[in-house]
Write a protein of this length. Structure first.
Length: 282
């Protein structure tokens, strides 16, 4: 068996086209613009690349760009004040605080200053609580992107056994909740899981979000599994994921590549969240 490749790049482009049309519709029907504020603290080169591509794609979608840049030595109070200004600015529909922050800042406290209806990364305590309680809100972009890929592929989730490797607040936990909402049977594996291969072997849908290059090999995958690779690692040979793609391709029925799988979906979902945030506030 050679796995079919799930094309995240193509789906992300379709979603961005949809958002562009819906942003136009929002502007026409409300007479108001939609704006995304990105807040970058310090000069981490990877963060700068991520923020620039988020800004570029949001502009291309008709979303106004409200970028704020603070120096690496910005204080907790300075970042908090910037977030509060954006929270009170009616032209700003969504606020994204780019992570990681410099180590002297309390990231959790700063994230929680973002009002839930502008929290386009879905990372505030309120957003996490709303997701856990199945109350409408903004969902973290990468898990939302994984769900959109599964839905677009027509993967049956109800009653299926999904194994999520990773339990972070950013990916693993929200993803497990979204899969539960779709009536999947969900197992979460993590760094203290005793026999990872035995656990992942039970999966019909296997999602790798451990942040460990090539953690998942052929021995972790039962024949016919749908494999979604969230991991991203820069190596001299290029980007690789948490899944050993070449090994997995002989076992999986479908698989996302890295790059071109989950990565582009994350930004597309950010744009969708910005549009949704604008409606939540209108
Ligand atoms: P994290 O480090 O916060 O969490 C990793 C999780 O994996 C932890 O819960 C840990 O318990 C688990 N884990 C670590 N080692 C393990 C092991 N050997 N076996 C089983 N579980 C293990 O990372 P994160 O923020 O959730 O990100 C995970 C990966 O996804 C990273 O590679 C990150 O770069 C990538 N990522 C990609 C996107 C995207 O847009 N594609 C977005 C966010 C994160």
């Amino acid at each position: 068996m050679v796995a079919q490749i799930i094309d995240g790049k193509a789906l992300a482009a379709r979603l961005r086209d949809q958002v562009r049309t819906e942003v136009e519709h929002f502007k026409r029907s409300t007479g108001r613009p939609i704006g995304l504020a990105t807040v970058l603290v310090g000069d981490d080169p990877a963060s700068e690349v991520y923020v620039n591509s988020k800004r570029k794609l949001s502009r291309e979608t008709g979303i106004q760009d409200h970028h704020r840049r603070l120096p690496a030595n910005a204080t907790q109070e300075q970042v908090a004040q910037t977030l509060d200004e954006l929270a009170n600015d009616p032209a700003v529909s969504g606020i994204l605080l780019q992570l990681p922050l410099p180590a002297h800042l309390d990231a959790k406290a700063l994230i929680d200053r973002i009002p839930w209806n502008k929290d386009v990364d879905g990372l505030t305590t309120t957003s996490a609580g709303r997701l856990a309680r199945n109350i409408e809100g903004l969902i973290p972009c990468t898990p939302a992107g994984v769900m959109s890929l599964l839905e677009d592929e027509g993967v049956q989730l109800q009653g299926a056994h999904a194994v999520v490797v990773g339990r972070s607040d950013l990916v693993g936990k929200p993803l497990a909740q979204l899969l539960l909402q779709k009536n999947a049977t969900v197992t979460i594996a993590h760094s203290k899981t005793k026999d990872l291969a035995a656990t992942t072997h039970q999966a019909q849908i296997l999602i790798a979000a451990a942040g460990v290059p090539h953690l998942i090999g052929a021995e972790h995958i039962a024949p016919g599994t749908v494999v979604i690779d969230v991991g991203i690692h820069r190596t001299p040979e290029g980007l690789i994921g948490d899944v050993d793609f070449n090994a997995a391709q002989g076992k999986a029925s479908r698989i996302t590549p890295v790059p071109g799988g989950v990565g582009p979906m994350t930004i597309a979902e950010l744009l969708r969240n910005t549009l949704k945030a604008a409606w939540l506030q209108s």
